[in-house]
Design a protein around this ligand. Sequence first.
Ligand code: UT7
Length: 331
Amino acid sequence: MTNLKASTGPQFARIMAVGSATPSRVIPNEFLLQYIDSSDEWITQRTGIKERRWIAEDENITTLSLDAARSAIERSGIAADQIDAVILSTISHYHQTPALAPQLATELGIPDAAAYDISAACAGFSYGLAQAESLVRSGQARHVLLIAGETISEITDLTDRGTAFLFGDGAGAVIVGPSETNGIGPVVWGSDGSQAGAIWQTRGWQEAVAEGTWPKLGMDGRAVFKWATGFIAQAAKKCLDEAGITADELDVFIPHQANDRITDTLLRYLKLPENVVVARTIRQLGNNSAATIPMAMDALLTSGEAKSGQTALIIGFGAGLVYAGQVIILP
Ligand code: UT7
């Protein structure tokens, strides 16, 4: 039998740089009280959220994704033509086809890149990172630009007491490239399709067209909360085990920002030392779906709370249900 050549690549990969973009409209809890029977006190106590950012008229998923990507590329120091693949993780792009990633790649001046969108909701960054790491280590791409961009405000039902206050818009991006030492631990990921009804799009395209309505996001908050504080806590521990480190060796924890109380429960379960820096961007940004983790990563590095070279545990979970996490070395 003919023996085909196989691609080979560097032994290790790492995140070389991160960038993010937040939209300009600040939406405080009070703004939402015109639509739902709630209070600033309830939203703050039950979730940690004080405000979130939503897109203004001149902003959209493309502008946010491009801003985040440009920042990551610039900080990485590589030229656009050294990027071989562009992955966009999103659940809020309007078009099922064509994917947005090829247009972003062209707009960014990246020639002839493999470019595609993935849909893994709030786990989308870690799903994409697992793919990017594999593409680099297998030699199928020298560098990968991974963007997570979301405008969940456009699919939020402002009259739904269970979701109206949760989500914000934004984008985060990273460049993944070759490394002398390992910067991305093994991914721990999975799905449970029997829980498809826990977070869902309220109408499929056919129903939406027939009704002349716009699909929105629905959620069984209690079910997701229970899953996140039980199963996901165990998955987070597995990320540490798979990377071969203990809680004492961790510097930074960046869980998906879905609820401060979920983060608190994960912290207790993992028994993380007091000095571990914990992302709490939900307070100012809400839940940004796939974009949450890279946005939080950039915020912690920019503020100086976290430092380049530190170990960080990231884990995302959401609609599918799907989850994914890994230990990384911060860029
Ligand atoms: O990113 C995707 C992953 N998503 C998540 O991880 C979300 C997970 N779920 C959650 O974060 C929480 O379930 C929510 C924040 C969405 C809701 O909080 P909760 O503590 O689970 O609320 P609940 O639905 O159990 O309701 C508790 C009480 C009820 O009142 P009673 O029956 O105890 O008198 C609700 O009527 O809070 C009431 N309530 C509200 N009150 C004021 C429910 N929604 C609201 C509201 N404002 N918006």
